[in-house]
Design a binder for this molecule. Structure first.
Ligand code: ZN
Length: 333
């Protein structure tokens, strides 16, 4: 990630950090908090390179070519340390080891920086060790803690960190990033609705099961215009062959609800927001059969099915009921 990208994705966090570096008013410890995929780790790495780069452009922007930038990118700089959970937690020994490293002089530069990923996973022992460290700040040492669960960080640690919030990436921005990464314009909007994590979206874009799931959901939608008995056969022979597990079915229901969201968007004249842009022509003719109100009701029915799924209702019954509901509910009285 470059500063330019960082500013685009997280304008508030980027400005705050940039200003504090430029004005030489860095905090001793930062706590980056925000959901998965919001770029916390990339930002921490960018910050490290900005502090360590040997030939920064305009005296600020990391060059990405010097030995410091390269080694930070490879995680092999002797004065930049990364701590991640060892199994389920961050253990006291990991923090102790870090302290030992830091009690030596910085190997190359005067400066040192350490990053702690998933800081909420620190054991009590680890947190207490870290606390001592944070209580005796060293002018040339920077700590960057990262967490997705701010409420699980001990208040004593919180009070010693400057908190920097990372906001969820908007679907629109993620959509752009996906297209820049070679994902088709037809698929990118759907992926950006499924996750706000670029890597996760990219791996989904290459997933065969997911590609097939999308096709089957669209086919189910087509089937709804046919007779109920036809739709029931499709559930058996098409749908349940693919959506076998509960989490798969849950995802299938998400894919289904976004079809109705698209129909509603077309009703409202918001064609540019479609989750399934390649279906626009067909959806546009379909909306003649639906009022916005009936579309909203169908979306509620799908949400209701998702709730029941989580309450462990029989999946077969649940889908049959839903299909009948979506067909209008009167066909099988
Ligand atoms: Zn550099």
């Amino acid at each position: 990630m470059t500063w330019k990208e960082f500013e685009k994705v997280q304008p508030v966090a980027a400005t705050l950090l940039k200003n504090s570096i430029r004005r030489k008013r860095m905090a001793h410890a930062y706590l980056f908090e925000g959901g998965r995929g919001t770029g916390k780790k990339e930002a921490a790495q960018l910050l490290a390179k900005t502090l360590f780069c040997l030939q920064p452009a305009d005296g600020f922007f990391p060059c990405e070519h010097c030995s410091n930038c390269m080694r930070i990118n490879h995680g092999s700089h002797p004065d930049v340390h990364l701590i991640e959970p060892d199994g389920l937690s961050i253990k006291k020994e990991q923090i102790k080891q870090l302290q030992q490293e830091f009690s030596k002089r910085a190997v190359e530069s005067k400066r040192k920086l350490y990053m702690i990923v998933d800081a909420e996973k620190m054991s009590i022992g680890a947190a207490n060790s870290l606390l001592k460290f944070l209580e005796e700040p060293n002018a040339d040492t920077t700590a960057i803690l990262m967490t997705t669960q701010l409420h699980r960080i001990l208040p004593t640690i919180l009070s010693r960190c400057q908190i920097v919030s990372f906001k969820p990436i908007s679907p629109n921005l993620l959509k752009k990033q996906l297209i820049e990464n070679g994902v088709s314009r037809d698929l990118a909007p759907l992926l950006s609705h499924m996750t706000n994590h670029l890597e996760e979206a990219l791996s989904l874009s290459k997933d065969e099961w997911f590609a097939q799931a999308r096709k089957i959901v669209l086919k189910l939608y087509t089937t709804l215009t046919k007779s109920p008995s036809y739709a029931m056969v499709f559930l058996q022979e098409g749908w349940f062959q693919h959506f076998k597990e509960k989490n798969q079915l849950d995802l299938g229901l998400d894919l289904l609800i976004w079809i109705y969201k698209d129909l509603l968007s077309i009703h409202l004249g918001k064609q540019e927001d479609l989750v399934y842009p390649d279906q626009q022509a067909r959806f546009s003719s379909d909306i003649l059969s639906y009022s916005p109100r009936s579309l909203a009701e169908k979306m509620v029915a799908i949400l209701d099915a998702k709730k029941k799924l989580n309450a462990n209702v029989n999946q077969q019954l649940l889908m049959e009921q839903l299909v009948l509901n979506l067909q209008g509910g009167t066909a099988f009285v």
